[in-house]
Write a protein that binds this ligand. Sequence first.
Ligand SMILES: [Zn+2]
Length: 221
Amino acid sequence: MQIEWIESQFFHTDKIANEMIIIHHTGSNNGRINSLQGTISWFKPDVWRSTRQVSAQYIIARDLRPIIQMVKDEHTAWHAGRSSWEINGVLRENLNNRSIGIELQGDGQLFRYSDFQYDALIWLVKQKMEQFNIPIELVRGHEEITPRKPDPGQLFDWDRLKQGLASVTAPGSDIPAFDDSLDTDGDGIIYLDETDDVKLPSGKDRTIVESILDFFAGLFK
Ligand SMILES: [Zn+2]
């Protein structure tokens, strides 16, 4: 997975810690999902804006392309506004300086997110959870920390994220054991032509790990 850096003007250097990951959507207008370019220029306007200054660390587009990073993890982005959540037994407010914000291009009240977005999100969230020692309980939606907010919406599949994180965390746990009765020539590799019963993983039978490996392979084609 690649990350493309496009620096936002909207950030502070007052980050306390990366204790939470907050998931957002970029929204839609009249049934049309806001464009990626529109969101980038909202976070990085050509002309300085003194009001409605917003930003997030990351944006994940609907289509396969590098994840965009606009604010450094160690800096405070402006995505959580008035918000509150209990972190390690203490109620914290205004969570920007305790969190990493990830925007999904789309509107989870109207549209499902793309397979690529789940794969990229799982990859990114796993990396940040490990890097900053963030537990899954502190990966939350904007709608949870600020109840008047709608994102990432009811069409965001939290189970898919959690299952993806679990299978990435323990690679191999959901991959079937090698069945040597299928390895007719005994070379330790099952070839497609050894038996018609062997199917390469495809479609929804694939694990997240395999999807991610495919994605990496695609990047280096
Ligand atoms: Zn939001």
